[in-house]
Design a protein around this ligand. Structure first.
Ligand code: URA
Length: 265
């Protein structure tokens, strides 16, 4: 197939931009599975002078903001069970992350648990297995839970975003905003005794905090449901951050002790 020069330029700029945004694999749209070919093998790219893409293609805008759409709100409101919610999320096309992910990553653990952990978004391993926190940070999370006599069978785990962001980039504020009504419904269905926001994105989503996680972790706050009922919530450091900054584990340990004692109340 022959491309006009203009088309080749646009195509190259688009691929360069995708790499800059963290895309690290090609996805076959028909079967929605990553192929083994890396994008960087496809195109000879000069990464130093990446041109800016037109504003209309930046991530905050490519994600269709249609959560105000009454139909979607109604669909979410109609969900009374986790299966119904999972199904509603599977059928939701308002978040572009769905297109590049292999599958929806919904939850893991015990839905009858008193403790609901909310992480950020699936990584590569979670995207492959369809299960939250099953990669390297999941292994550390398991150790953290074991330290206060908990495990996968005694907690319930989900993420703010159910689809892997390309290249594991942090979800944008708009992506968090779009998926938040599903998360709130998720909390309302599970109705845990305690919520733990794992990392900054989760804290941002459920606590609407200003500023970084280090400022807000380790403090009990109230998560208010539409019914007026409140659930105690605490933010803690993300295991992926602790893997990069192990000297901060002592702060996470403080948070874990708060969680243990609240569960014992
Ligand atoms: N990090 C998260 O926040 N969630 C996962 O499921 C995996 C890694």
């Amino acid at each position: 197939m022959e491309f006009e020069l203009k088309n080749i330029k646009e195509l190259t700029a688009s691929l360069e931009w995708q790499i800059k945004m963290g895309a690290d694999a090609m996805v076959d749209n028909k079967i929605n599975k990553p192929t083994s070919e890396k994008i960087e093998n496809k195109v000879d790219l000069e990464l130093k002078n990446i041109p800016e893409m037109p504003p209309k293609l930046k991530p905050s805008d490519i994600t269709i903001e249609n959560n105000n759409n009454e139909k979607i709100q109604k669909k979410i409101e109609e969900c009374n069970t986790l299966d119904q919610l999972k199904n509603a999320m599977q059928n939701f096309n308002g978040c572009e992350l769905k297109k590049t992910a292999t599958q929806l990553v919904f939850s893991d653990g015990n839905p009858n648990s008193k403790l609901m952990l909310i992480g950020e978004a699936p990584g590569a391993e979670e995207d492959r297995q369809g299960k939250p926190f099953c990669g390297a940070s999941g292994q550390l999370l398991d150790k953290m839970l074991n330290a206060i006599n908990l495990n996968r069978e005694s907690v319930y785990i989900t993420n703010v975003i159910p689809w892997r962001p390309p290249g594991n980039r942090t979800p944008s504020d708009n992506e968090i905003k779009i998926m938040k009504p599903f998360l709130i419904k998720h909390i309302e269905i599970v109705m845990p005794k305690i919520i733990v926001a794992v990392g900054g994105s989760a804290a941002k989503a459920v606590l609407s905090i200003e500023g970084g996680i280090l400022r807000h972790r380790g403090e009990w706050k109230e998560f208010k449901l539409s019914s007026g009922k409140t659930i105690p919530i605490i933010a803690t450091l993300h295991p992926a951050y602790l893997l990069r900054a192990p000297n901060q584990k002592k702060l996470a340990w403080e948070d874990l002790k708060h969680i243990r004692s609240k569960l014992n109340d």
